[in-house]
Design a protein around this ligand. Structure first.
Ligand SMILES: [Zn+2]
Length: 58
């Protein structure tokens, strides 16, 4: 039986405005080949900004 989550990797989400890493999420490296982009609230910019996937966290 295949373990759930074995293809999920942790990635950081970085604000494209101030470059701070505000979120950590996971993505399925099998299903999701493109970089993730989310509109999320940045506590540094104090507004909703675009957050892009940045580094992979082990
Ligand atoms: Zn920001």
């Amino acid at each position: 039986m295949a373990k759930k989550g074995e293809h999920r990797i942790k990635v950081g989400l970085v604000c494209t405005v101030c470059k701070n890493r505000n979120y950590v999420t996971t993505r399925n490296k099998i299903n999701t080949l493109e970089k993730l982009v989310f509109d999320k609230f940045c506590k540094h910019c104090k507004k909703i900004t675009q957050h892009k996937e940045n580094d992979k966290l082990k």
